[in-house]
Design a protein around this ligand. Structure first.
Ligand SMILES: Cc1ncc(CO)c(N)n1
Length: 222
């Protein structure tokens, strides 16, 4: 008993590292990622974020306390008002209009990941849902921090993806990540070993689907 979020990442360390340090991420950091791969990822990530927002709405629906409702509301606001706003204007800079984004077909990796999160959350309780969402919120925050620690990372105008890194290292995103970590640490402290094993499975599956999402970008897979 007395688990924390770091026990989840420790339990699936190789998948977690493969996600954080994926070739797509390294290419973003070094500025060497092919533009076509990034564009495909950006387009699919718009669709991802719409479903991700729905997952926070599901978290609100599943909340039994005012504190949990507020937490879900904060998550939903962070996606709608911060990440999606930035994403849409970022896509515009890359020559992709919002109408174009809304009309895109969903890639299989996007379908698999987003519907997995919604299903894990519908089937399970609020903790299952937050654990399924954790690789997104916590993962991207950690990715930005990891990139900043790598000597191969190029920042500023020399890297066409600099603004992407800036989005996830921003105070707004980093504080959403910390709020999620605190919430998870408080809940995980109370679960039994058997329940922890169940949650590990959800966390590992969501992490594997994040790996597939990067790979979908690299392969421009539909
Ligand atoms: C696929 C994916 N995972 C996580 C995030 C961070 O919210 C994102 N924008 N896209």
């Amino acid at each position: 008993m007395g688990y924390r979020f770091s026990d989840l990442t420790a339990a699936c360390q190789s998948d977690w590292r493969a996600y954080l340090e994926h070739d797509f991420v390294r290419g973003l950091g070094a500025g060497t990622l092919e533009e076509g791969a990034f564009r495909h990822y950006l387009e699919q990530d718009y669709l991802f974020l719409l479903h991700f927002a729905r997952a926070y709405a599901l978290a609100a629906y599943k909340s039994r306390t005012l504190a949990d409702l507020r937490q879900a509301h904060e998550g939903l606001k962070a996606i709608l008002d911060v990440e999606l706003d930035l994403h849409v204007s970022y896509c515009r800079d890359w020559g992709i209009a919002e109408e174009q984004l809304a009309a895109l077909p969903e890639a299989r990796a996007t379908l698999a990941y987003t519907r997995y999160v919604l299903d894990a959350g519908s089937r399970g309780d609020l903790l299952d849902l937050h654990v399924a969402l954790a690789p997104c919120v916590v993962g991207y925050g950690e990715i930005a921090n990891w990139l900043n620690e790598q000597p191969s990372t190029v920042r500023g105008e020399a890297n066409p993806y600099d603004a992407w890194i800036a989005m996830y290292e921003s105070d707004e995103f980093q504080s959403a990540m910390r709020a999620e970590l605190e919430w998870l640490d408080a809940r995980l402290a109370e679960v039994s070993p058997a329940r922890f094993e169940e949650l590990c499975r959800v966390f590992r599956d969501a992490t594997r689907l994040e790996i597939d999402f990067w790979q979908m970008g690299l392969d421009r897979a539909d």
